[in-house]
Design a protein around this ligand. Structure first.
Ligand code: ZN
Length: 336
């Protein structure tokens, strides 16, 4: 039973279900929540209807390929103003007090709400938001992230967008979950990981993928605490190399299968390419977050869907990804 003393009234009205203390096998209740919400929340149904009309085009970039999605339903997210001035002036859409009345969720391990994303990129798309309004940050929450990957299980990917490189709510801690197998990078990692190991500690392997147009670091191991520690060491090293105090820009995709955790990390140099801010014909409406770095490039504009080509994709990746030398330096000073 819900302890009403501990739970805010606002949160309580949005809880459809809560997991037990273990939170294991969360995907089945999530899919039930999705079908229930499709019947009771018209905005969600509309979002998924839009998804049916998404057009997809594959582009080969020599050594890797990407999928371009034309998804007009994503226009709000793609154009989201994430500057402090805009964020501070709006009611946070992940806070329980501001959720639409019809939006319900699953209380996960007493600290997070699993919610259906009303502007989905994939056929099942969830947001896992902390029940309190607190900043988006990965290092302090990597244990939860790894726990979520195991609780969702092998058919799923859990995603993180850094506050300055893709999170549409940089002020409210949240992750996402999507079915696995949707991002082309997953196949690339599965095929090349073994040959790309460059460092390791505590039975954790750190691999670098080459020839994929952007920097990709993969951490693999069978002990989530050790995977989390190595992740934090790598993040600390990036911070040192970049001479910054805040979280280095990065996107992370996490997977769990047969006792093994895998983190695919995309270190970033900037959020949006310069072309995003151009005016007129030169503007390209692509706002790279974890899904884009994973090889699914979403644009809400038909013009960009039709004209994006190998050269443009390569240029976008080159611009928003951190460079190889900086990542090399981080790996070498991380002590891994
Ligand atoms: Zn909030």
């Amino acid at each position: 039973m819900i302890d009403t003393n501990l739970m805010s009234e606002a949160l309580e009205t949005h809880i459809a279900l809560q997991t037990d203390d273990t939170g294991k096998d969360i995907s089945a209740p999530c899919l039930r929540l999705l079908s229930e919400q499709m019947r009771t929340w018209p905005e969600l149904k509309e979002g998924y209807e839009t998804l049916k009309g998404v057009r997809v085009r594959e582009i080969s970039c020599g050594g890797y390929s990407v999928r371009i999605h034309y998804n007009p339903g994503r226009i709000k997210s793609t154009l989201a103003d994430v500057r402090d001035s805009a964020i501070n002036g709006r009611p946070c859409f992940l806070c329980p007090a501001n959720l639409p009345e019809a939006q319900k969720g699953i209380l996960y391990r007493k600290g997070y709400m699993i919610l259906c994303n009303p502007r989905p990129v994939f056929h099942s798309h969830f947001t896992i938001a902390h029940i309190d309004h607190r900043p988006q940050a990965i290092a302090d929450n990597i244990d939860t992230f790894l726990q979520l990957t195991a609780d969702f299980g092998p058919g799923w990917a859990v995603l993180y967008n850094g506050p300055q490189c893709g999170a549409s709510a940089p002020d409210h801690l949240h992750f996402q979950a999507i079915p696995s197998g949707q991002m082309p990078v997953e196949k690339v990692v599965a095929g090349r990981e073994r040959s790309a190991v460059v460092a390791g500690a505590d039975n954790i392997h750190l691999s670098r993928l080459r020839g994929v147009g952007r920097e990709i670091v993969v951490l693999t191991g069978d002990d989530p605490a050790a995977v989390g520690d190595v992740f934090k060491r790598f993040q600390d090293a990036l911070q040192k190399v970049l001479c910054i105090g805040e979280e280095p820009m990065m996107n992370v995709a996490g997977f769990y299968r047969e006792g093994v955790w895998r983190l695919i990390v995309f270190p970033r140099a900037k959020h949006r390419p310069d072309a995003f801010f151009r005016e007129g014909d030169g503007r390209i409406v692509v706002s790279p977050a974890v899904v884009e770095m994973g090889g699914v490039i979403v644009t809400p504009m038909e013009r960009d869907f039709e004209r994006l080509d190998t050269e443009m994709v390569e240029a976008i990746y080159r611009e928003v990804s951190l460079d190889a030398v900086t990542v090399d330096n981080a790996v070498s000073i991380s002590g891994l």
